[in-house]
Design a binder for this molecule. Structure first.
Ligand code: FPP
Length: 242
């Protein structure tokens, strides 16, 4: 029987290119973010069709606060609108929504909307959608290290018991397998502080498509690219170890 191409269990996406997409149309950057939110909906549907059970997307980084205040405000307004408008539909599609990142900085209505979305969808099993907001991979590792240090200081952890698995337990996506496939749209080839610990052995796919144009076809292209990779995790290729 021919070997089936491997399909990823967990996909992580840096949704880049909203601003350029809007500028090319002579529109404000926020118009691109609005179109980006439609692209996210399309992509979630396509990911469900492909039977991929976990999707993690980078919606707002800790560094994005450096953008002009009007752009930040419009992005946060868009998140709130999406929470009010789209969560029910995602729920009907069997999507479990989970937010990662430091949410204490957000206003109460946004925090409340996030908590309600998580609560409403917590029993769903078709797709786990992790949305990273005010997230930074380094900050995640620092927060984990801080908890480890506190455990050590109170005598609850000996230095020799600190393993990769123990540190991983303190990270935000501890309960999930790491991403198999990382996609970044918009043509740049950077990780931008996304899931740094978790992507140690993730396959990287960089697409020139601007995020608002992303959807089923571009996802399929990434999946075909992924299926052609040989994952060795530091070992030898099948040909060389034979
Ligand atoms: C990067 O493109 C994109 C962002 C900083 C925002 C991502 C947000 C969305 C896709 C909106 C939908 C999200 C939710 C959760 C409703 P950029 O602005 O840096 O693009 P550029 O590189 O062309 O300037």
């Amino acid at each position: 029987m021919p070997e089936l191409p491997p399909s990823p269990h967990h996909i992580a996406i840096v949704m880049d290119g909203n601003g350029r997409w809007a500028m090319r149309r002579g529109k404000p950057r926020s118009y691109g973010h609005q179109a980006g939110s439609e692209a996210l909906k399309r992509t979630v549907e396509a990911v469900i069709r492909c039977d991929v059970p976990v999707l993690t997307v980078f919606a707002f980084s800790c560094e994005n606060w450096r953008r002009p205040p009007t752009e930040v405000r419009k992005l946060l307004d868009l998140f709130l609108r999406a929470l009010n408008k789209d969560v029910r539909e995602l729920h009907e599609h069997g999507v479990r929504i989970n937010f990662i990142g430091e949410r204490s900085v957000f206003n109460p209505s946004l925090r409340e909307g996030m908590a309600q979305a998580e609560q409403l969808t917590c029993g769903n099993q078709r797709l786990q959608l992790n949305v990273a907001v005010n997230y930074s991979g380094r900050a995640d590792v620092v927060a984990a290290a801080r908890r480890i240090a506190a455990a050590a200081a109170t005598g609850n952890l000996a230095a020799e018991d600190l393993t990769e698995a123990r540190l991983n337990e303190e990270l935000t996506l501890a309960h999930l397998p790491p991403p198999d496939l990382f996609i970044r749209t918009g043509g740049e080839k950077r990780l931008s502080n996304f899931l740094l610990w978790q992507i140690a052995y993730t396959e990287l796919h960089f697409s020139d498509v601007l995020w608002p144009d992303f959807g089923g076809d571009a996802l399929e292209e990434a999946l075909i690219d992924f299926a052609g990779r040989e994952r060795r995790f530091g070992g030898l290729s099948r040909a060389r170890s034979a």
